[in-house]
Design a protein around this ligand. Structure first.
Ligand SMILES: [Zn+2]
Length: 442
């Protein structure tokens, strides 16, 4: 038990040390057969040891033990000759993933491990002996290399790879790559540009970007309509399926019909489709923002979390927001941009964004989409006002930064930034805002 604890600690540490890159691969028929076989061997090992440990615990009160089970794998090849075709290292990784699943169960992070099914998401880990050259990947025991489409440059030091198969039988390679193996730099065109992002429900985000108050531009990014359409379809289909089969009581032995299974498969394909659509929308938006700014200012998501909205769109926004913020975070790390997260007490929506006015509308309700500042008379769209305030915080940061390090921001200076990558800003700084106004593009 002790050794297990330290082992899992290491994997958590590793999580922070590596990035995972995912690329679609295009195996031919022979390669597909090979991959499917390997996946089935891995599934076999996973399910075999899961069954074994359930049995051992039930009848002998013995708990799952990775070290002991690992030694059994080579012996299994005698009883199950097909395992001789398997990549032994991948089999060990499969047992490791069961070990992880048990760890999550024992630490109450997840439920009891499930048996792996054939028609679900499946993957194999290849820890070594793989080769990546240009647009091909060579894996052990497979004679011909598999075609890959790399949509970004990746760097050497690939730690390990895994190959996964989605429900719709698409194949991907996931590459684990060590972080900070290259020096980030900011191109000149982004110097001095601040971007404030206000995440919303009606529109996905409202974004204000620029180098000062005069040249700032504000855009509302609507939720993608294709995604909304798929989500509507999803709700319809899940409701339909819910009505079709349900156990009316414990004795009810209704089994799923062929038609039901067909639609269930359709549902999982739709889930995958939505995942891809959302992923591509978030990637495009986050990349564009990181490409075009030196400083990105976001709100701490906890503020948004407090919004109580029973609408379905809420739960969907939640997922997207979290993913989006994570993408902004790691991409800013890659490219040496600065992220500022304003804390939950920063009144981004309630503060008047007009220059020389710092009125805070304390009683702003969630239902109020716009308001008039009683001090200066400005009419504010709630989301636009918030994004301008966040944008201003970015300008203030740049101003402080210039004061500290001089205005000779070179293309290669971001390393001097706040190493944590975050700063929390709570108080409003009236004079700083005025200075920021005069802060001119260098
Ligand atoms: Zn005002």
């Amino acid at each position: 038990m002790n050794s297990k604890k330290t082992k899992n600690k290491n994997t958590d540490k590793d999580k922070n040390k590596f990035y995972t890159y995912r690329f679609r691969i295009y195996p031919n028929k022979e390669q597909i057969n090979y991959l499917n076989e390997q996946i089935s061997y891995n599934r076999f090992i996973y399910n075999f040891f899961l069954e074994r440990s359930i049995h051992l615990y039930k009848y002998h009160n013995i708990k799952f033990n990775y070290i002991k089970f690992q030694k059994i794998i080579p012996l299994l090849k005698k009883g199950f000759p097909f395992l001789k075709e398997a990549n032994s290292q991948s089999l060990q990784c499969s047992l490791q993933s069961l070990d992880k699943a048990y760890h999550k169960f024992f630490t109450k992070q997840a439920g009891y491990p499930n048996f792996k099914k054939k028609y679900s998401y499946n993957s194999i880990v290849i820890p070594q002996s793989f080769k990546i050259v240009n647009n091909i990947i060579q894996i052990p025991k497979l004679k011909s290399p598999i075609k890959v489409k790399f949509h970004r440059h990746f760097y050497e030091n690939v730690n390990s790879i895994s190959i996964s198969k989605t429900i719709s039988s698409k194949y991907y390679v996931n590459m684990l790559i060590e972080k900070f193996k290259f020096t980030p730099y900011i191109p000149k065109k982004t110097l001095g540009i601040s971007t404030g992002i206000d995440l919303g429900i009606k529109d996905f985000a409202t974004i204000t970007t620029g180098t000062n108050l005069d040249n700032k531009q504000t855009h509302k990014i609507p939720n993608p309509t294709i995604l909304l359409k798929s989500q509507k379809k999803l709700v319809k289909l899940s409701k339909w399926l819910d009505r079709k089969v349900h156990k009316r009581n414990k004795q009810d032995k209704t089994t799923a019909s062929k038609n039901y299974l067909k639609f269930k498969n359709k549902l999982s394909l739709l889930h995958e489709h939505i995942f891809n659509q959302r992923q591509s929308f978030l990637h495009k938006l986050s990349s564009r923002i990181i490409n075009d700014s030196q400083v990105v200012v976001l709100e701490d998501l906890n503020i948004k979390g407090m919004i109580k909205n029973r609408h379905l769109s809420k739960s969907i926004s939640d997922v997207s927001w979290n993913k989006f913020v994570k993408m902004i975070e790691y991409k800013s790390n890659w490219y040496g941009r600065q992220i500022i997260k304003v804390d939950r007490f920063y009144p981004s929506s309630k503060k008047c964004s007009t220059l020389n006015c710092d009125y805070i509308y304390k009683d702003l309700k969630l239902s109020e989409r716009s308001w008039i500042c009683p001090k200066c008379g400005a009419i504010h769209d709630r989301d636009i006002n918030a994004s301008i305030n966040l944008f201003l915080e970015g300008l203030i940061f740049l101003l402080e930064y210039t004061k500290k390090y001089g205005s000779n921001l070179s293309e290669f200076t971001p390393v001097e930034y706040d190493t944590a990558g975050y700063r929390n800003i709570g108080i409003s700084r009236h004079t700083m805002k005025q200075e920021a106004y005069q802060f001119i593009d260098r």
